[in-house]
Structure formats: structure tokens, C-alpha cells
Design a binder for this molecule. Structure first.
Ligand code: ADP
Ligand code: MG
Length: 323
């Protein structure tokens, strides 16, 4: 089973940022309002995610570390209507198999919390602890037992930049949550909850940025689209400032990328990319999120419909600006 976990880890946990992604998604799934990420050495030495979510009792904690133990699916059919971010039940055991992992948790209704320590899947210690409600997962020395993988980790600044991007992305999708990011004892982000996307963009990128964005919002049948996008005077030469979310899940998607480019047809020359924060809501039957274990790719069942709808709804305020 340890081997199965390590094989799964190969797919799910490529680097510190992918481990962090799983941990943050779990915290969001647990209904947390505050998520604090603490990193050391670009996550290579330590990744810790602390939340104030619903927490787990001792049995839940032990279960969570078992392969395919997800509390989020009850029937096989649920696979087709996935609402929570995680659903495979393999993230925690995978991460545990390639690190020294400490899981601490407490439910609000319990007196005491529990701490479980593992070294590369081997249960090391289970103790009772006194702690506030919520969960804290610490991943130390990722890949300590897989030298070949460890060797491929990049330098601290590179790994860190991926993790900063990740937290930025989640903070955009969840503006009502408090996100904190610390690295080597320094606070890099402390984003108090806000009620409008514009305010969160401001927290990250400042005034120049929001002055050059216009809102868009609209529906087509079951497709709901909203967000903020560049004025034609604020186009970039890379996609670095494109944030795409489908049903709250951060995605990379060629169809959407293409729809965005088409929306700007006639507004600029060459390879130009708007700064965009795009949020799409579709019924769960219209999207397959199960195409890749890392879950950043999606497949739309009616891809053309989504493409054209997204393009037109983004383009509308641009045409209005020009008129
Ligand atoms: P999945 O998210 O696919 O269910 P994971 O391996 O990521 O699988 O997590 C296993 C289980 O552990 C989850 O289903 C959930 O019940 C529990 N869990 C993990 N992280 C947390 C957390 N931060 N707060 C509460 N429960 C958690
Ligand atoms: Mg998960």
C-alpha cells in the first residue's frame, strides 16, 4: 500500500506547490474562513496549512490518511456531480508517503484535539493535544525518501513563486476568506476578507490595476459568466495575469484561452493577452473535472457553446466602451 501511495504521489504531488494545492483545497472543503500557509525554504523544508474549518476527530484523522478514504463521495454516481474540490481521497496518503507529515485537528464540539505523525506513511505517533478548533497539516522534507524526485526540485525562489501564485489564485476565487502566507518567518500576504472581487484585486495588485479593468457579467441558458477584464489599453504579452475558474475551481483550459483571445479581436495586434479574472458557473453535468489527477484541466461537454458564450459576454463591455 505504501507503494501504491508513492505511485499516486507521482501523479498528485509533483512539487511543493502541488502538495500545497491539495492542502488548501481540503481547508476550503472543510468550510474554513481563515487559511494560513507557512512555508520554509520554498516549501522544500516545510509546508504548513492551518485552518479554522470543521476539523476531524481521531477516527476521521486516521481515516483521512487511508488511501481512497474520502468523506466527500458516498455513492459512485456522485462522481458525476462533484461539488467539493477534492474527491479522490488520495491526496493526504500520497503526500504522507513522500514526506514527514503531521496532522493536527480538533472539532469544535470536542474537548481535545489529536495529533498524528507519520514518516513516509509509517504511523509514528498519535497523541492528544490541546488546540483551537480546525486543522493544521505540516509537510516536512518533501521527497526525503525519494532522492530522484528531490533532485528535481527547483531553487527556493522558483518553488516559492509557484506557491505564491497558487495562494493568489485561491484568494481570488474565495474573496470572503482570510488568507495569510508566510515564508521563512516573513509575512508575504495577509488578505482580510472582502465582499467584492475588485477589492481583492486591489489587495494584490494596487490601484493602477483596477483602474484598467472593466466588469462583465451575463448568462446564456445554463452558462453563467462574470469577472473583471482589461480595457483594450491594458493588454499584456503573456497569460500570466489570466485567472480562470470553473465552478470555483482554478483551471487551465485552451477553449477558454481561445475564447478570451477572440473577445479582443480588433482591439489589438499580435499576441496580446488581457488581464482577466474569469468566473464560470455551469451545471456539474456540463463539465468533467476528472480528466487529470491534479484537477487543473476540465472538459466541457458542450465546448462550443461555452466558448462562444464566454467570448461574447467578455466582449460586450469592450464594445460598449468603444461605442
Ligand atoms: P479528498 O479531498 O479527495 O476527500 P484527501 O486525501 O485530500 O481526499 O483528504 C481525505 C479526507 O480528509 C477528506 O475527505 C476530509 O474528510 C479529510 N480532511 C482533509 N483535510 C481536512 C481539513 N483541512 N479539514 C477537515 N477535514 C479534512
Ligand atoms: Mg483533498
Amino acid at each position: 500500500d505504501h507503494l501504491a501511495n508513492q505511485i499516486a504521489a507521482g501523479e498528485v504531488v509533483e512539487r511543493p506547490a502541488s502538495a500545497l494545492k491539495e492542502l488548501v483545497e481540503n481547508s476550503l472543503d472543510a468550510g474554513s474562513n481563515k487559511i494560513k500557509v507557512v512555508l520554509e525554504a520554498g516549501g522544500k523544508r516545510r509546508i504548513r496549512v492551518e485552518d479554522d474549518g470543521r476539523g476531524m476527530d481521531k477516527d476521521d484523522c486516521l481515516m483521512a490518511l487511508e488511501r481512497h478514504a474520502t468523506s466527500k463521495l458516498t455513492r459512485a454516481e456522485d462522481l458525476f456531480s462533484i461539488r467539493s474540490l477534492g474527491f479522490r481521497g488520495e491526496a493526504l496518503p500520497s503526500i504522507a508517503s513522500v514526506s514527514r507529515l503531521t496532522l493536527e485537528s480538533r472539532r469544535a464540539e470536542d474537548e481535545a484535539g489529536v495529533r498524528v505523525e507519520l514518516h513516509g506513511s509509517k504511523m509514528f505517533k498519535v497523541t492528544e493535544v490541546s488546540r483551537p478548533p480546525g486543522t493544521s497539516i505540516t509537510v516536512d522534507q518533501l521527497f526525503f525518501n525519494i532522492p530522484a524526485r528531490k533532485k528535481f526540485l527547483r531553487k527556493t525562489e522558483t518553488e516559492l513563486s509557484w506557491m505564491v501564485n497558487l495562494v493568489t489564485q485561491y484568494s481570488m476565487a474565495h474573496i470572503d476568506k482570510h488568507f495569510i502566507l508566510e515564508h521563512n518567518g516573513r509575512t508575504l500576504m495577509d488578505l482580510s476578507p472582502v465582499s467584492q472581487l475588485k477589492e481583492r484585486v486591489y489587495q494584490h495588485f494596487g490601484k493602477q490595476f483596477i483602474d484598467h479593468l472593466v466588469p462583465f457579467e451575463g448568462e446564456r441558458d445554463w452558462l453563467k459568466v462574470s469577472g473583471l477584464t482589461s480595457l483594450p489599453s491594458f493588454l499584456k504579452t503573456s497569460r500570466n495575469y489570466q485567472f480562470l475558474f470553473v465552478n470555483g475551481r482554478l483551471v487551465k483550459d485552451k477553449i477558454l484561452g481561445h475564447a478570451i483571445s477572440e473577445a479582443y479581436q480588433g482591439f489589438g495586434e499580435g499576441k496580446i493577452y488581457p488581464v482577466i479574472f474569469l468566473f464560470i458557473q455551469v451545471p456539474s453535468a456540463e463539465v468533467d473535472v476528472n480528466v487529470h489527477p491534479a484537477k487543473t484541466e476540465v472538459k466541457f461537454i458542450n465546448a462550443n457553446f461555452v466558448h462562444d458564450g464566454v467570448r461574447d459576454l467578455i466582449r460586450a463591455p469592450l464594445l460598449q466602451q468603444r461605442a
